[in-house]
Design a protein around this ligand. Structure first.
Ligand SMILES: [Fe+2]
Length: 343
């Protein structure tokens, strides 16, 4: 097994063609309980002490989206706020988890799918499945803005021409940028990824680590943050390589993605590897510089909190790094034929 074997994907795709929405059936009626869950999720994140850790682009986009905190929005409302600004369309799907080939086929037409599935009360803190709160609240504020539309525009042309191995890398790049990326703003690390923003447990875990890095004297927030992270990461390269190999082993043995075991798995791993949890490596999540070679070695972690997050210096830097990997693939004249393995 090489380190691109494990995809980390949700294995079940609930697809019901008969129930799939058409252009004329996009709007559906939600139960009062669903609206109440939406309202609680919205209120849970929409707190000043949490939003101060989120990048300003999210805050600006959320205002543009004009969501009602109490009610799940209609597709018409979302499209009215998004399409005139960026040319992207929102489409509802009955598929709970759309797999990458179908997802990027829609991306190629600038369609962002939102699932009709909403988490249940017992999943308010953490859900492995991206639900409609994740899709709408986490992603769509950004899709009112051209910088984000331009980022999303990069993925499909490359994915649709990529080899199977490259497709796995592209999925990881999306995972560690638009889903779980961090960005430097105002000399601080801010949350960008929709997966963190829409998941209270992952959100809290990330903020705790940002405070811990300060409290333990690892980062000096008075100084430029990115060079500090860069230095720490490459100074600890050998240990981090062993951690990433260990994470891959856990994934491949099916022992990583365990909501029940969660962090104990990673703590045990550090122990087995003889790596002391202190200083830069002292938290429950490693904050690393966005590095495509490294990201290509780390699978998505679906059923537990992610053990590593990547931070970029600016959206321009992210843009350039994604281009460096995606453009040469997108510019190929012919699609590389590869068997589409179920993901
Ligand atoms: Fe997402």
């Amino acid at each position: 097994m090489n380190n691109l074997t494990y995809t980390g994907d949700i294995q079940t795709e609930v697809r019901n063609a008969e129930r799939e929405y058409t252009q004329t059936t996009q709007e559906i009626t939600f139960s009062e309980e669903q609206h109440a869950i939406w309202a609680d999720l919205f209120a849970g994140i929409h707190q000043p002490h949490l939003l101060e850790h989120v990048c300003q682009e999210f805050i600006a986009g959320l205002a543009r989206l004009e969501l009602n905190p109490q009610r799940i929005p209609t597709v018409a409302h979302l499209n009215a706020k998004i399409f005139p600004r960026t040319g992207w369309n929102i489409e509802r799907t009955a598929v709970r988890y759309t797999k990458a080939p179908a997802w990027y086929q829609k991306f190629a037409d600038r369609i962002f799918l939102i699932t009709d599935y909403l988490r249940t009360r017992d999943q308010m803190e953490f859900t492995p499945e991206p639900d409609m709160f994740h899709d709408i609240f986490g992603h769509l504020p950004y899709l009112t803005q051209n910088f984000y539309a331009a980022l999303e525009d990069k993925f499909a042309p490359a994915f649709l021409k990529a080899t199977e191995a490259e497709q796995e890398v592209i999925k990881r790049l999306a995972w560690y940028s638009t889903e779980f990326g961090l960005v430097i703003e105002d000399k601080r690390i801010k949350i960008f990824g929709a997966g963190i923003i829409s998941g209270r447990k992952e959100f809290a875990n990330t903020i705790m680590e940002l405070y811990r890095l300060d409290r333990d004297g690892v980062l000096d927030y008075q100084d430029d943050i990115f060079p500090q992270i860069n230095d720490y990461f490459y100074t600890h390269q050998e240990e981090i390589d062993r951690i990433s190999d260990g994470i891959n082993d856990l994934h491949q043995k099916g022992e990583m993605s365990s909501q029940a075991k969660g962090w104990n798995v990673i703590r045990d791993l550090y122990g087995r590897l003889g790596i002391t949890k202190e200083g830069y490596l002292g938290g429950d999540v490693i904050i690393a510089p966005f590095d495509i070679n490294y990201i290509s070695r780390i699978p998505k972690t679906i059923y537990a909190l992610n053990p590593i997050f990547f931070v970029f210096e600016s959206f321009d830097q992210l843009d350039q790094m994604l281009d460096s990997y995606l453009k040469p693939i997108a510019n190929r004249r012919k699609t590389v034929q590869s068997r589409q393995r179920p993901k």
